[in-house]
Ligand binder design. Structure first.
Ligand code: SER
Length: 610
């Protein structure tokens, strides 16, 4: 059975059980807190929370998904950044019993999977949410023997867009889940992954092929949950993996969804798909190129920020891996692979390939040709440098986008070893920076984004600056935590604040709120941000674009003021991924309710909206 048949059978199966097929969401997320659609449920959040869906309470679809956070994980038999998720949902209609039975029936009767090779997992419970005995009994009643039902904790059997319960922002929904794994006995357990094999072992013998989430909770406080008004089901099954299981081949890159691409790579490099190291590179190329095609079809173009940055990374990684495999970067080979991808997905999603394909070819060709020049330029630079250390390797990477692995390979040829640790240190500094810039945006919707939380978020910026104004520039944010009731802000300062200082800070924040300052997001190079004295930056020299929230650039400040910030006409500039209010007076006002010590040199403030 190929993927087309499996996709159709899934949709038909649930349609015959009164589900309505809904259109997939765009791959580039419309939701402001995430960059991409990474699961089918993302477009359904308001309906899972109780809003009435126009198509009813039983829904089904096939959703193209992209998970940027998995880029580094691609290369084994089952991980990709781009995949198709088959999904069905109950919005307050049926629950565990029907769901488990239908999924089981679909897998065993429709796809014909051997029930003896199915293993399932169930939530074991923690201090907040009880053990899911009900799901355990249902699986058992359907004939799954107890020794193939496994209990796992929150890390494995709790699902929300932002991960485990402690990572969820207040307002986020989630629930326990039950995953289904298919066992490939032809894959020998690899003891490097642990003594005993089990569904979550990473050796590749087990493959997760489906996940039913029972969404019935909403986070309401630091460690508080309340039940949603309705009990929902959110199922997702990766089409690539279901196809691999149905065809009893543990390598998803050998299903019809990837094999034509890996075959094309084999043609280009002239080596078979055999050697484990080479297979890894081929899988990365196949995945990254396919993901790039879909992102460009959805309007993304390579750049140094957000979606464009991810796309650029995918293309560069694919190009480098191709260069590693074949010794050169042949752009035309990518163009022929793009044609293959188009054929694979013809008439699957509502994609206008006639319009899009020439655009995809152009974007990818231009980007790769530019990258080829980057490589050439970097190579010339390297020629000039007699001794290359990790710091220089990082500068080459940062300035020319010159990949470390190429630098390393060239010097190995020259008989020189680069200090990888030093490179790694520089790299980590840089990663820290990107993480802060895009906090929450590369994963599922992380930051809480109710109106109140957004207000509190802007207040933390004002508070941060006001504390620095009142107490001095040694004040620096150490942490913050927001819920719908209050904000908590930790900062470096070595003594208790006086009543008077607290009052001053509070007044200053309220003054800035009253002044109705505009809050703007600006993208600029780190260099420019440093010039602005933006808070939250790390040292180093970077050309990469970062996101800075500037508060108050509409305000006319005293041109004679001593403070550089005030002369340049803004109140606060801080490195941040947002979201924020658009202008400050919507906040209303704040009250500092408490000031206390956290640890030596770190103080904590609680504040509430008034
Ligand atoms: N949302 C769940 C997942 O991504 C099930 O669709 O696994």
């Amino acid at each position: 059975m190929d993927s087309r048949v499996i996709r159709q059978k899934f949709l038909d199966f649930f349609k015959s059980r009164k589900h309505v097929q809904i259109n997939p969401a765009r791959l580039v997320s419309d939701d402001q807190t995430t960059l991409f659609t990474s699961s089918g449920m993302q477009q359904l959040i308001p309906y899972l929370m109780g809003k009435t869906h126009p198509e009813g309470i039983r829904l089904v679809n096939s959703q193209a998904c992209f998970r940027a956070e998995d880029i580094e994980g691609v290369g084994d038999n089952r991980h990709t950044t781009f995949f198709e998720m088959l999904g069905n949902w109950s919005l307050g209609d049926y629950f565990k019993k029907e769901q488990i039975w239908w999924v089981y029936e679909f897998l065993t009767n429709v796809l014909g999977l051997d029930p003896n090779r199915l293993h399932v997992t169930v939530f074991e419970g923690d201090n907040l949410i009880p053990k899911d005995e009900e799901t355990f009994s249902i699986w058992k009643d359907f004939g799954v023997p107890e020794d193939r039902i496994y209990f796992y904790g929150v890390k494995e059997n709790w699902w929300s867009r932002s991960g485990s319960p402690d990572q969820m922002p207040v307002g986020e929904i989630g629930g326990t889940d039950s995953e289904i794994f298919f066992e490939f006995p032809q894959v020998e357990h690899d003891e490097r992954f642990g003594e005993k094999c089990h569904p979550h072992c990473n050796c590749g013998r087990f493959m997760e092929i489906g996940n039913s989430v029972f969404i019935e909770y909403k986070k309401t406080g630091d460690s508080e949950f309340e039940k949603l008004p309705q009990k929902n089901v959110d199922f997702g099954g990766g089409l690539e993996r279901l196809t691999a299981a149905t065809n009893d081949n543990p390598d998803i890159f050998q299903t019809d969804l990837h094999k034509p691409i890996t075959d094309a790579i084999v043609q280009v490099i002239g080596n078979p798909y055999e050697d484990e190291e080479e297979k890894k590179l081929m899988r990365i190329i196949a995945d990254h190129l396919k993901a790039s095609v879909f992102l460009i079809m959805d309007g993304v173009i390579p750049s140094n920020k957000l979606h464009g940055y991810v796309l650029r990374r995918l293309l560069r990684r694919a190009a480098i891996k191709m260069r590693n495999l074949s010794g050169r970067l042949d752009v035309s080979s990518f163009v022929s692979m793009i044609r293959i991808i188009r054929t694979q997905y013809n008439e699957i999603f509502e994609i206008d390939w006639e319009e899009g394909l020439p655009r995809v070819n152009k974007v990818i060709t231009e980007e790769l040709e530019k990258f080829q020049k980057t490589l050439d330029k970097g190579l010339k630079e390297i020629e000039k440098i007699s001794e290359i250390d990790g710091k220089i390797a990082f500068d080459l990477y940062q300035t020319f986008g010159f990949p470390y692995e190429v630098t390393e390979e060239l010097f190995r040829q020259k008989g020189q070893d680069i200090d990888k640790e030093q490179f790694k240190k520089e790299f980590e500094k840089h990663q820290e920076l990107s993480r802060t810039a895009s906090a929450g945006m590369f994963k599922g919707g992380l930051a809480g984004h109710s109106e109140t939380e957004i207000k509190y978020h802007t207040v933390t910026h004002l508070l941060h600056q006001a504390l620095r104004d009142v107490l001095g520039p040694e004040v620096f944010q150490k942490g913050s935590n927001i819920n719908t009731e209050r904000l908590r802000f930790d900062f470096s300062y070595d003594r208790k604040m006086t009543e008077e200082e607290i009052k001053k800070v509070e007044d200053l924040v309220n003054e800035k709120i009253e002044e109705d300052l505009v809050v703007e997001r600006k993208f600029m190079s780190v260099k420019e941000a440093q010039k602005m004295n933006a808070i939250g930056l790390f040292g180093g020299k970077y050309d990469e674009e970062v996101s800075i929230y500037v508060i108050g650039s509409n305000h006319i400040y005293d041109v004679n003021a001593k403070d550089q910030r005030e002369r340049s006409g803004y109140y606060s500039a801080e490195f941040c991924g947002g979201p924020h209010v658009e202008h400050t007076n919507v906040i209303g006002g704040i009250k500092i309710t408490k000031e206390e010590a956290v640890s030596s040199g770190v103080r904590r403030i609680y504040a509430e909206l008034v």
